[in-house]
Design a protein around this ligand. Structure first.
Ligand code: ATP
Ligand code: ATP
Ligand code: CA
Length: 218
């Protein structure tokens, strides 16, 4: 089933969401108060329109309530972002995602009842920082304050060893959910298969436990 999206604010973040969704065949309505921005997305998005999202009547007029998911990517103008979020939550839009600029903005958006508040710059910074700590950490995804998923290149000490002999779950409390070897990915890795050089492990667990595991083997 196709979903209809509306993206409000075509900066780098909103613009990239709009492009990606459109490339995946989704119908996207691209909205910005700046006509030049809207023109940039004319040939990318399914529809595009110039409007001020803090104008409730203008949003109603374009039938914003018919959209399955509305993404608000207004950045610098926090007031406009909050006003837009209030209008959208009042209209009972099925799914609303708003980009937050800082923690106060986040707090207000949550209080208003926005379903999904995102912090792309902060999260990307965190992910990159983890990848800078060690050349072996390829990806880092925070699941909660305590839990994460990381993608790491198997350390030298692990090559030739099996998950059983490394005893990862019992010793470190984390789970290796998948192992990538070249272009292949094994999503429920056998515990008695020796690891090869260049294997990439996808590990899920508490940050504390993942850290202990990395210190020991990566
Ligand atoms: P990014 O970092 O994603 O590039 P940003 O966080 O710097 O963006 P801005 O450039 O301030 O955010 O805003 C993103 C877009 O939102 C801009 O193109 C701007 O014209 C648009 N915008 C701002 N206010 C409104 C509004 N009231 N209605 C519609 N669009 C708006
Ligand atoms: P457990 O009681 O810990 O679940 P098990 O009875 O399932 O172990 P095996 O599957 O043979 O026994 O695994 C033995 C040990 O190998 C586990 O205790 C664990 O430490 C480690 N292990 C096996 N598979 C994984 C995995 N996917 N991720 C992390 N560790 C694993
Ligand atoms: Ca920005």
């Amino acid at each position: 089933m196709r979903k209809d999206f509306a993206v409000i604010g075509l900066g780098r973040f909103g613009g990239s969401i709009c492009k990606e969704l459109s490339e995946k065949g989704m119908h996207v309505l691209a909205i910005d108060s700046d006509e030049a921005k809207v023109n940039e997305y004319k040939n990318i998005a399914y529809h595009s329109v110039v409007l001020d999202a803090t104008d409730e009547d203008a949003l109603k007029e374009i039938g914003i309530t018919n959209f399955d998911h509305v993404i608000v990517a207004i950045g610098e103008n926090i007031q406009a972002s909050i006003l837009t979020a209030v209008i959208l939550t009042d209209l009972d839009i099925k799914r609303i995602t708003v980009k937050a600029q800082n923690d106060y903005h986040d707090k207000i958006l949550n209080r208003i009842g926005v379903h999904h508040v995102v912090h792309p710059e902060r999260d990307m910074g965190k992910r990159l920082a983890h990848s800078f700590i060690s050349n072996n950490i390829l990806e880092y995804l925070e699941l909660s304050n305590e839990y994460s998923i990381v993608e790491v290149i198997a350390g030298k000490k692990m090559i030739g060893k099996t998950l059983i002999s490394l005893d990862v779950r019992a010793k470190f409390g984390c789970n290796i959910v998948a192992i990538k070897s070249g272009t292949e990915i094994d999503v429920s890795p056998e515990a008695d298969k020796p690891l090869k050089e260049g294997d990439i492990l996808i590990i899920i667990g508490a940050d504390y436990d993942i850290n202990r595991f990395e210190k020991a083997y990566i």
